[in-house]
Every structure is written in structure tokens, then in C-alpha cells.
Write a new protein. Structure first.
Length: 106
């Protein structure tokens, strides 16, 4: 791993500041897609005939449900990628702080 310089730490701080809104928007989109998944299942469940188990099975294989599941998975991937990058930036800042605290003690 490369050295954690002040420039790198400042870039990490800048990245966190620049991605605050993106993080919130992606989190909201993830929540929105989860709601859409539940609604798609409920809609199919209520419109098909059969036993509860049959209606649940029909809902699971319905095209609108699988599309909403795919959208949810895409949202998870986008959100988790952004979350991981932000966490890495936070680690860079923490490491820089630790290194500088140790230097001050010496």
C-alpha cells in the first residue's frame, strides 16, 4: 500500500464531501427499489388465483417481480460500491491521523 500523504488525506476528505449527496440519493434509491419489490409481489399475489402457496409462487416468477428484483440488486451494487469507497476514504483519513499523532509523540 502506498504512503498516506497529506495530499491523499485531503483528497479523501474532498471525496467524502463531494459524495455526501450521492450517498443519500443512492440510499434513497435503494429504499425505493425495495418498496417497489414488495409492491410488485403484492400486486401479483392479489390478482392471481390459487392457494396462498400457489399465489406466492406465481408472484415470484412474474416478470414484473423479477424485473423489480433485478432493479433492487442493481441498486444494492451501486450503493454498496459507493459505501465501500467512502469507507476506504474514512480509513485513509484515520490512518493519516494515527501516523501524524505518532509523529508528534516522537
Amino acid at each position: 500500500m502506498s504512503e498516506i500523504t497529506q495530499d491523499r488525506m485531503e483528497a479523501a476528505l474532498h471525496y467524502l464531501g463531494e459524495t455526501d449527496k450521492d450517498y443519500a440519493l443512492e440510499k434513497a434509491e435503494l429504499e425505493r427499489s425495495e418498496i417497489a419489490r414488495k409492491r410488485a409481489r403484492a400486486k401479483v399475489f392479489l390478482t392471481v388465483d390459487g392457494t396462498v402457496a400457489e399465489r406466492q409462487a406465481k408472484a415470484e416468477i412474474d416478470e414484473s417481480v423479477t424485473e423489480s428484483d433485478d432493479r433492487y440488486i442493481e441498486c444494492v451494487q451501486i450503493f454498496e460500491t459507493l459505501k465501500a469507497r467512502r469507507e476506504r476514504a474514512e480509513i485513509v483519513i484515520d490512518v493519516w491521523r494515527s501516523i501524524n499523532a505518532a509523529r508528534r509523540k516522537v
